[in-house]
Design a protein around this ligand. Structure first.
Ligand SMILES: NC(=O)c1ccc[n+]([C@@H]2O[C@H](COP(=O)([O-])OP(=O)(O)OC[C@H]3O[C@@H](n4cnc5c(N)ncnc54)[C@H](O)[C@@H]3O)[C@@H](O)[C@H]2O)c1
Length: 351
């Protein structure tokens, strides 16, 4: 049994408590939050305290999950490492690459295990698209677009404060970039990005990021929390991926979509024009009858509990931790390039 402690028992701390409860081989022994109100519903048999030092001094905690505000991560990871605890830190692991580098030094010095809760590698929609990408069904993929839109999204508490690590790039950007880098598996040549504060004063609530990969993939990631539309299909997550042999699209976190290929790839069309309701066209007419072949999305079986299943196996040396610190560092570095591009209005060379 691996014994866990949670520091920061707010929204995500409670999610971790529920996840650990459902993970065989894991036991939650202690939680800590500086706000005593958050500790009112701590399950029986689990110790509770308001001081991280007290939790870290306990000898019934093997692994500490840090789920406090982003600006607390460096301090708490350092404290946990010095107390000899293995660490899972929430994303974004740090506010900058420089902060992460300091954390890495301390963790190495103390010889503890360190990984990050970037569990959205187990999102079903993402894994579905990744499965199509890996299968090479679409031939040479040249474009990947992913978006996440919310209706009048509610950014709340410290998430709207710059000094505490608020904003959507830190919040969801880290997941979206991590998914893209992990899937495409190629060096990023350049980044062009825009960050906007649509209605927030201090932090970004919209981003649009274009990544140019060395293998020819152009990836576009767009997120907006304030899409005032009554079209329900716009909310949630969307994917579109195009290759020279087909496309795939999906909507929603429980993905609904299709793979579309062709029974015969035509490089030149014999028809001269098609009359469309927007006027005649030679290049953008409909596909001739019978040429498109549609297939269902592949089945994937995963959920966020897989993150902890992997953690426990890796803890016993049976597999690698799904999230490795050099990958986390790469995402943070990319986020810094995103901010540089957004600030200068110029494309930034990356790797
Ligand atoms: N991986 C995910 O999907 C996901 C989802 C949501 C949030 N998060 C991350 O989880 C972390 C917490 O976010 P949240 O939305 O749960 O915030 P939250 O405000 O609901 O919870 C944070 C808690 O930490 C406590 N806290 C702050 N400093 C502390 C300290 N020094 N010692 C002990 N407790 C402290 C606060 O009192 C608060 O209760 C953030 O890093 C966030 O990015 C991750």
């Amino acid at each position: 049994m691996v014994r866990f402690g949670i520091i920061g028992y707010g929204y995500m701390g409670h999610v971790h408590q529920k996840n650990l409860e459902q993970t065989e081989g894991a036991q939650l022994t202690a939680v800590c939050d500086i706000n005593p109100k958050e500790l009112e519903d701590v399950p029986g048999g689990v110790a509770a305290c308001t001081d991280a030092g007290e939790l870290l001094a306990r000898n019934d905690v093997d692994v500490v999950i840090i789920a406090a505000n982003n600006n607390q991560h460096k301090l708490l990871v350092t404290q946990a490492a010095r107390a000899g605890k293995d660490i899972i830190c929430e994303k974004p692991v740090a506010m900058s690459v420089a902060e992460l580098d300091e954390m890495i030094c301390v963790v190495k010095e103390c010889g503890v295990r360190f990984t990050v809760h970037q569990q959205r590698r187990y999102d079903k929609d993402f894994r579905t698209i990744k499965k199509v990408y890996d299968s090479q069904t679409l031939g040479n993929v040249y474009t990947i677009q992913t978006s996440l839109y919310g209706f009048n999204g509610y950014m709340h508490d410290w998430h709207v404060k710059k000094s505490e690590g608020g904003g959507m790039l830190y919040d969801w950007g880290v997941h979206l970039l991590d998914q893209m880098l992990w899937m495409v598996g190629s060096r990023v040549k350049s980044v062009y990005a825009c960050l906007k504060n649509v209605i927030n004063e201090e932090v970004d609530d919209y981003f649009n990021i274009t990544l140019s990969f060395e293998n020819g993939v152009m990836a576009q990631l767009e997120l907006g929390t304030y899409y005032l539309t009554d079209h329900p299909g716009w909310f949630s997550r969307h994917w579109f991926m195009g290759g020279d042999k087909g496309t795939v699209y999906s909507d929603g976190m429980n993905p609904v979509g299709k793979i579309v290929t062709t029974s015969s790839l035509r490089t030149h069309s014999p028809e001269r024009t098609a009359a469309m309701n927007y006027g005649p066209t030679r290049s953008f007419g409909p596909a001739p009858e019978g040429l498109l072949v549609t297939s269902p999305l592949p089945d994937v079986d995963c959920d966020h509990l897989d993150y902890f299943r992997n953690y426990l196996k890796a803890y016993q040396g049976k597999e690698d931790f799904i999230i490795r610190i050099p990958e986390v560092r790469r995402v943070l570095a990319l986020m810094e390039a995103v901010r540089e591009s957004a600030a200068t209005g110029k494309s930034v060379e990356f790797e």
